[in-house]
Design a protein around this ligand. Structure first.
Ligand SMILES: [Zn+2]
Length: 315
């Protein structure tokens, strides 16, 4: 099996209660659909893994990590200014997301598999110093720091097609010339977090290593396919040694909190093309994180499309 998918109750636990857009039912809704399509028999199913504090602190400041631990015991209050509530066990749940991503990286680098999908990961809004927008620990940022610190991989591509701008990753690596960042998102004038303008291309030595592509509200598949080509060229020119994909499903038509109108064909296209790019650049090393997506049917369609693309890329 050359595609690994992380599934388990520990991952599903990362959610903000029944009825919340980011509820604990999201992983299950994805997996039921994956089973109906027979994808579960074509991938290796991996158990969630718990990250250590040391691993989390490769990206996050220690006083913030400590604060999450404290609020995880009480389950009280917010971890940011009002979007991301604490709940009992939030520290452990967020740590399982991170640990699963790091385990996935390792599996790819040990050549146990070529590509990995982790449904409840891609928590791209969390900053080094705090939570934001349903995101407690930024597993994307921790993955990038881990590739550098542990695996000696410097040039990493991060591609993000979630409806929201990946601000936690962008500002976390804004001055880092070796993080090739490409993000297609709904224009920040219309959607949280409001960032990701075309002019934001990186700072200092990193200028030109970041590509932000704001999409107008109501942008459809045709608009996505057109905007995708320069994104792919940009990533290829960056000669990455590892590719990360945040494939948030909230960019599909019918999401309750965004205004883009893609279908799952956009996600299939991005995954297929990145598998090919990763084959050319870095022995197929691709790790995909589910990201947002609050319409359950949409997240099931988008994420299974990504997994199917990964399986087909191996065939
Ligand atoms: Zn999102």
């Amino acid at each position: 099996m050359s595609v690994c998918v992380y599934i388990g109750e520990e991952l599903a636990q990362y959610g903000f209660g029944a009825g919340h857009p980011f509820g604990p039912d999201r992983m299950g809704r994805f997996w039921v659909r994956a089973q109906a399509l027979g994808l579960d028999r074509q991938v290796e199913i991996c158990k969630p893994v718990l990250a250590t504090v040391e691993e989390i602190e490769r990206f996050h400041k220690s006083d913030y990590v400590e604060r999450v631990q404290v609020q995880s015991r009480t389950g009280q209050g917010y971890l940011d200014y009002g979007d991301t509530p604490a709940f009992p066990g939030v520290f452990e749940a967020a740590s399982y997301v991170v640990g699963s991503v790091l385990d996935g990286l390792q599996k790819i680098l040990l050549e146990d598999c070529r590509s990995v999908f982790i449904p409840i990961a891609g928590l791209h809004h969390a900053a080094r110093t705090g939570a934001a927008g349903f995101c407690v620990f930024n597993d994307c940022g921790i993955a990038i720091e881990t590739l550098r610190a542990v695996h000696g991989i410097k040039r990493v591509a991060y591609v993000d097609i979630d409806a929201h701008h990946g601000d936690g990753v962008f500002y976390g690596f804004e001055d880092d010339p070796d993080l090739i960042f490409a993000d297609m998102h709904e224009d920040g004038r219309y959607l949280y977090p409001g960032t990701g303008a075309v002019e934001e291309t990186g700072k200092g030595a990193a200028k030109g290593t970041k590509l932000n592509v704001p999409m107008p509200p109501e942008a459809d598949d045709a608009a996505f396919f057109k905007a995708w080509e320069p994104v792919e060229d940009f990533v290829r020119k960056g000669r990455p040694e590892f590719v990360l994909l945040q494939c948030g499903a909230d960019s599909l038509a019918g999401d309750p909190i965004t205004h883009l109108r893609y279908s799952a064909a956009a996600h299939a296209h991005a995954a297929t093309r990145l598998c090919k790019l990763a084959d050319e650049c870095c022995a197929g090393r691709l790790l995909a994180m589910g990201g947002g997506g609050y319409n359950r049917t949409n997240l099931a369609e988008a994420w299974t499309s990504v997994v199917r693309s990964m399986i087909e890329a191996e065939a």
